[in-house]
Design a protein. Structure first.
Length: 287
């Protein structure tokens, strides 16, 4: 067998093996892997890379080396899953760097973390003032996680006791100009409904690059032609406008009539429409 053919075959097999091993042991971004995980994958990659060009190394020796390294990685992975002590020893554990708003200098020294690095890691979390931090922990992979002081945390709907709609994953119903029937039917719609909705906004299936249906049944899509403007969905805004108009009409009728009973009835209806508007408002403004 010519040397270049053997190199090509070894390289192809090595690439496939590396892909399989990496998918088995590392299912996270490279920045979140531990030093051990990165070292194991790097070692396997070096073995495969050298073995693909060093034709004097027998394939059997390569397989033995690969088996030892991959087997060791798998063995350590299994141990770490079953034993918390081993898991902490291998992957490390979170070390507090700030507590009660104060920097723990001794822990910083133990982790070889300088003040410049601390400030850089805080800036990566969009924190530019140390005084805003209540608690910070340095994770085993070197990432700094931060808890802001109560007064510095963003206001949430829960803090305001404001009802918000539940979020459900949108379904992609068109991809690359082709209808995906399964997700479309899971939302309770069919192809005819989809084409009708597209036609309302001057689009066809063939012109749509990507289309999704949200939890409220509204269709949003992006066209292949980036210069063409896409009309926004109008169903929910129209619903809110109709409710507000009904409330305004009831209030107007209450002002126009001299009949006390009718005035009381119109005022009650206006109040009911106001409550309906408050209930549906989070949903109509969701987009």
């Amino acid at each position: 067998m010519p040397g270049w053919v053997e190199v090509a075959l070894r390289s192809l097999v090595g690439f496939l093996l590396l892909l399989i091993i990496a998918r088995m042991f590392v299912k996270k971004p490279i920045g979140e892997t531990s030093h051990l995980e990165f070292g194991l994958i790097a070692s396997v990659a070096v073995i495969l890379a050298i073995g693909s060009i060093q034709l004097t190394i027998p394939v059997s020796n390569l397989l033995i080396g690969l088996l030892v390294w991959a087997g060791s990685a798998f063995f350590i992975l299994m141990l770490s899953i079953k034993n918390a002590t081993i898991r902490s020893a291998i992957y490390g554990k979170g070390i507090p760097i700030m507590k009660d708003g104060k920097i723990l200098e001794d822990n910083m020294k133990k982790q070889h973390l300088t003040s410049d690095e601390l400030l850089r890691k805080l800036r990566a979390k969009q924190v530019f003032q140390v005084a805003d931090v209540e608690f910070a922990v340095l994770e085993g992979n070197g990432e700094l996680n931060v808890l802001l002081k109560k007064e510095q945390q963003p206001i949430t709907a829960k803090m305001l006791h404001h009802p918000v709609p539940k979020i459900k994953e949108p379904e992609t119903v068109i991809m690359d100009g082709k209808i995906l029937h399964e997700p479309l039917s899971s939302r309770g719609f069919n192809e005819e409904w989809l084409k009708t909705e597209l036609k309302k906004r001057n689009a066809t299936v063939e012109n749509v690059f990507l289309a999704q249906v949200d939890e409220y049944g509204q269709l949003t899509f992006d066209l292949f032609n980036d210069t063409q403007q896409v009309a926004q969905p109008t169903e929910l805004p129209l619903l809110e406008a109709s409710i507000k108009k009904a409330q305004a009409d009831m209030e107007l009728f209450a002002l126009d009539t001299e009949d006390k009973q009718a005035k009381q009835m119109y005022s009650w209806c206006a109040n009911q429409m106001k409550q309906v508007h408050e209930l549906v408002s989070p949903y109509t403004k969701s987009n």
